[in-house]
Each structure stands twice: as C-alpha cells, then as structure tokens.
Write a protein that binds this ligand. Structure first.
Ligand code: GTP
Ligand code: SPV
Ligand code: MN
Length: 593
C-alpha cells in the first residue's frame, strides 16, 4: 500500500503491541465501505435502518458510561508540565505511554486493525494536515470516512516521507477505568484507548484538528479553533463570512446552516455552510484571515433537531447517516426528544431497552428515548446549504469572529469589542453552562475561553499570547463580537427565539463590519441601537429587547472576580495585555452610572 518507511515501521510496532489478527488498509472505496457495513451488521455493531425511509443509514449504541467526551481522562503529555498549563490534565510522556501500553498490550487479539490514512482539509491544500488512524473499530472507520477525506489519494499525497500524525485507537475493553485519551504534541502522536464515543475516538476531530493542530498552529502562526464557518450572501452577490466559537452543544451546528426567518425573506439572504465545529485560519497575502473547515462531515447533536429549528439538518440526515444513541422506532426509523412528528408510542431506547413515553426511573425521573448527547454523523455534501467553496484550497475570508456561550444572565444578545486586543479579552473571559456533550455537572457555569478549554493542546497563557500576536500580524483583522442566544427571564424562559432569528443579529454584525451602522458605547463594548436590529415579522413582548441588551453593573462586577480567579491561575505566564484589559473594564464599570 505504501513505500513510506516511517509509516510502515510504526504500523509494525503497533501491531506487535496490540496483536491484531490481521491488518486491513482503508482505500476509501465504496465497495470496501459496503463490506465493512456487512461485517458490522453481522456482529451487531451497526443496526441497519429502514432503507426506504433512511437509505444507507445505520444506528449504533455505545456503552452506558461512554456517551460523551471524558475530559477527566484526557491528557496533554508534554515533557514539561508548564507546557500543558493549569487548565489541562498533564501526564509525562513516559508515564502516559507506559500506562496506555499496559491496556493496549494484546488489546486487538481476535480483532482486525484498520489503517485509515486521512487528510484534514482538501488534499494538497497549504492548510491541510495528514493523519493515519489505526483502530479496531469499524464504527470508527465508517465515521472517519464521513468526517474526513480518506484512502489512497491521501497516501499518494503523503508520498514516501511526508509528515503525519500517528493516531492509535483501541476499544480495548470499553472500560471507563481503563480509558485514556492521550496527546503527545511533541511526538505528533495521539493514543486513545478504552472508549467508543465520537470525540474520544474519531481522532481526526478534536484530538488532531484542535489539540494537536493548536500546538502546531502556534509554531506556524495560524489558528486552529472550535468554530463554525458560515457565509451570508446578500442579494448583490457579496458574501460575508463569519467564524464563531461556542462551547459544545451551544449552537454552532444550528447557526452554521440557519434558514432566514419569514420576516427577513424579502431581503433574499442566502446562507452558505462551510463548517459546524472546527476552523483552521491563516493570514493570507492580503493581510486578512482566511479559513477552511478541515472536516467533510457533521457529528451533530440529535436532540432538538427538527424542521423548525434546523430544516437543513433534517434534510442532511435523511441518507448516508450513522446515528448514535438515539431511539429506534418499530418501523426501523429513529427518534429523539425534540424530533419532528408525534412522540412514538413505543421503541427501543438508546440503551437497547423497550421504551414507552412517560416511563420513569427509580428516582422518578423520566427515561429518555435518546441520550441528551446522542448524535448523527452525516456528510456535509448532503446539506442543502453546503458552501460551493468547501474544496477551495485557500478557504474563505473571515469578516467577523463571534464568541458566545450559554448564559442565563449577564451577557447581552450581542456586543462588539473595541479592538482586537479587547476582543481577545472577550474570548479569554468566555464562560458557559455545562452541557451534556461532556461528562460533568450539567448547567454549572464554567469558564471556557474561546470555547477551547477542553481542546487547547498547550498552555492557554501561551494560547492567549498567540491570539494577541496574530492580531498584530494582520493588516485587515476581522472584527470581534460576542453573542448570547440563551438569556432567560425570571421564569427561566429564553428571551430570544434563537435559531433562524439569529440572522437578525448576524446582519447587524456584518453591517458593523461594513461600517454601515453606528453603535452605543458601554463599559463592556459596543451594543446596537435597538432600532438598528431589523425586527420585521418578529413580535416580542414589549421590553424584551431592552432586557436582552441590559448590562447590569453589579453582575459584571461579580463577574470580574471570577475572571480574576481564572486569570490568576496562569501566574507569571499570563499576558500583561489581558490584565490591562481587565483593569480598563473595571475602570469603565466603576465610572458607569
Ligand atoms: P457540538 O457539536 O457539541 O460542538 O455543539 P454545537 O455548538 O454545534 O451545538 P448545536 O448547534 O448542536 O446545538 C446544541 C443544542 O442547542 C441543541 O439542542 C439546539 O437545539 C440548541 N440550540 C441551538 N441554537 C439555539 C438557539 O439559537 N437558541 C436556543 N434556545 N437553543 C439553541
Ligand atoms: C463537542 O463536544 O464539542 C463535539 C462533539 O463537537 S465531540 O466530537 O464528541 O467532541
Ligand atoms: Mn464541538
């Protein structure tokens, strides 16, 4: 298959350790994919769904304690602890390899080891990086074939001595007590053992495209970010591109493919989806920031996806889709909480048990049909709004960077930074309520700078400095904004309808980028004049917008304390510029009446 000596040697080493019965190279062909699907069906790893209603679709169930990323078992393994920083779990490479080896020893006995050559980014683009994942899971192979460019074309690009990220995955015993997700940025290596859940095992995704790539990006002066990329086309043909970072399960996928609301239809906007989770961004010769989505598929949250919230995704997942941990209906189709149509009268839940609506567990809590972090894997090209520039080797130019999070209180619907440096401060002080996408206390507010807390492959103090430096390198940096779709009233109801209606806010953002509208200065940044938000066709109770834009001095002063605690943990490594921004915000708040 290859004359790449280093690749062949590495595969030999891994097979000596894991002892698979045989080794199969993934060539990227349709016929091989079909063969693998047949094997997975026969072992029960995949359940074929109703092929008339859901052609080429499958269902997979993971173990009960393997349904989300396990951040406490995820490590950055650098020689020096300082290089992983205070926000990452750290282990020395020597100990990490040793611990993982003990689990991996003979872990693939009786199994096949698949070799998946993959490219993140269009094959041959200056943005792109190649990885090779070795895995004993057909589910992983089939997901990687949707999420990345795989097979022979990648090997050809790799040649006889090209660089690649060594990605090793074994399900081993799928035991949470023998699970480790290890990153060795200094060796360009990832080892994942004991899990079968997406973000832990599709190693091209968070592990390579964020943790390893962020480490490489700092050295090579680019950015690897947890961001969607979308284009908004105006009737005159101009397309403005936005990159937006929201923490896991905070609305990236939904925003990336929004459908303009009825009231804005007359304006004839057209939305182009470039990516829903990861952006790689480089400064081009024009001094502006250009972005690609390194992936070719969506690994999206199922619950809440329906024709009202996300009609484009409903179309996307009608074929060629792998569903994970959703409910199986008697007719061989699938369902989840917040799906289209009636709640089914019966089905098989995500754990494989018979299910009926209204069932409760022994604590009296309703039993869900689908896990809250159940997901689908589907090709981007199925999406009606897929951008025509997905294969563009130079990506798309970014006009605005948008940060956001899930905050019941505090942050207004939208605000704009005063400068790049202030924008980096806004990104660095992001916080959000924990969602089901990671194991942990759902609902609790945690600081999540740039939505990268779980995904930065090095010391975040250096990461902030890198962001500051990127701003200095650009002659035309994007403007930086912050949004919050999740502000609630006293009763806990969302004040803003969200989804397609969010276009009203993106419109303001783009108008700001084009210098077309003014704004009000507040201590935290610029906010819109309410009259500049086009509300045609959207009736909100009187006073709602005022509430959405309210900036509460006391709440912000409380927030400053949290920010200080967070910043302080980086000690001497922390960039002075961000302390200056902190002081300036404190001063502006104090002076504000
Ligand atoms: P990851 O794939 O985990 O990175 O998540 P994501 O950021 O792509 O989040 P996604 O778009 O899948 O949304 C997660 C949840 O938030 C879903 O249940 C959505 O229905 C809900 N959601 C998305 N956008 C909005 C919005 O504008 N308003 C409200 N209220 N909910 C939203
Ligand atoms: C996220 O959790 O941010 C995801 C899903 O996009 S996972 O691939 O599991 O990381
Ligand atoms: Mn994500």
């Amino acid at each position: 298959m290859t004359r790449h000596k280093k690749l062949k040697n590495w595969i030999r080493q891994v097979s000596r350790l894991c002892k698979p019965d045989n080794i199969v190279w993934i060539d990227g062909s349709e016929s091989q994919k079909k063969q693998l699907e047949e094997i997975a069906k026969s072992t029960g790893e995949l359940i074929q769904l109703n092929q008339e209603k859901l052609p080429d679709c499958f269902l997979h169930r993971t173990a009960k304690d393997d349904v989300a990323r396990t951040e406490h078992l995820t490590f950055i393994c650098t020689k020096k602890k300082r290089d992983a920083g205070p926000t990452n779990n750290w282990m020395s490479p020597r100990l990490a390899y040793k611990k993982a080896k003990a689990i991996l020893e003979g872990a693939m006995k009786g199994r096949t080891m698949y070799v998946i050559p993959f490219s993140m980014g269009p094959i041959g683009s200056p943005f792109s990086k190649i990885g090779v994942e070795l895995t004993d899971s057909i589910y992983v192979v089939l997901n990687m074939m949707i999420m990345t460019r795989t097979g022979e074309a990648v090997l050809r690009q790799l040649g006889t001595d090209g660089e690649f990220t060594k990605c090793l995955h074994s399900k081993a015993q799928l035991d949470i007590n023998k699970r480790l997700i290890l990153h060795f940025p200094e060796d360009n290596t990832i080892w994942s053992v004991g899990s079968g859940y997406g973000g832990n095992v599709l190693l091209g995704k968070k592990c390579l495209s964020l943790r390893i790539a962020s480490f490489i990006a700092r050295k090579e002066h680019w950015l690897a970010e947890h961001m969607l990329i979308m284009g908004i086309e105006e009737p005159n043909g101009h397309i403005g591109y936005i990159a937006a970072a929201f923490p896991s399960a905070c609305g990236k996928t939904n925003l990336a493919m929004l459908v303009p609301p009825e009231g804005l239809k007359a304006k004839n906007y057209r939305i182009w989806t470039v990516g829903d989770d990861i952006a790689w961004m480089r400064i081009d010769s024009d001094g502006a920031l250009w972005a690609i989505n390194p992936e070719t598929g969506f690994f999206g949250v199922a619950p809440g996806t329906n024709s009202r919230t996300n009609p484009n995704m409903v179309q996307t997942i009608k074929k060629n889709t792998i569903y994970t941990n959703v409910l199986l209906k008697p007719d061989g189709t699938v369902w989840w909480e917040g799906a289209d149509g009636e709640v089914p009268e019966e089905g098989i839940d995500w754990q494989g048990n018979p299910w009926r609506p209204g069932m409760v567990d022994n604590k009296g809590e309703p039993i869900k049909g689908a896990h809250p972090n159940s997901r689908f894997t589907a090709p981007i090209l199925n999406c009606p709004s897929a951008s025509f520039r997905l294969e563009q080797h130079h990506g798309v130019p970014i006009s605005a960077i948008v940060f956001g999070g899930r905050r019941k209180h505090l942050t207004p619907l939208v605000y704009e930074s005063f400068s790049w440096q202030h924008g980096v401060f806004i990104g660095a002080t992001m916080a959000s309520e924990i969602t089901a996408a990671q194991m942990g206390k759902v609902g609790q507010v945690r600081r999540d700078p740039m939505a990268m807390l779980p995904f930065c492959g090095y010391n975040m103090a250096d990461y902030f400095r890198h962001w500051l430096e990127m701003g200095k390198r650009m002659t035309h940096p994007p403007k930086i904004f912050h949004v919050n779709w999740f502000r609630t009233d006293e009763k806990g109801n969302f004040l803003w309808p969200g989804f397609g209606e969010n276009l009203r806010i993106l419109e303001w953002i783009l108008q700001r980028c084009q210098g077309k509208v003014g704004a009000q200065e507040t201590p935290i940044g610029y906010i819109p004049f309410i009259s500049d938000i086009d509300m045609s066709g959207l009736e909100l109770p009187p006073g709602t917008l005022e509430q959405l834009f309210k900036i509460d001095k006391k709440e912000w002063q409380e927030e400053l304390k949290e920010i200080k605690k967070f910043f302080r943990q980086f000690k001497k490594d922390f960039p002075e510029e961000l302390w200056q921004e902190y002081d300036a915000l404190q001063r502006r708040l104090r002076a504000w009446v």
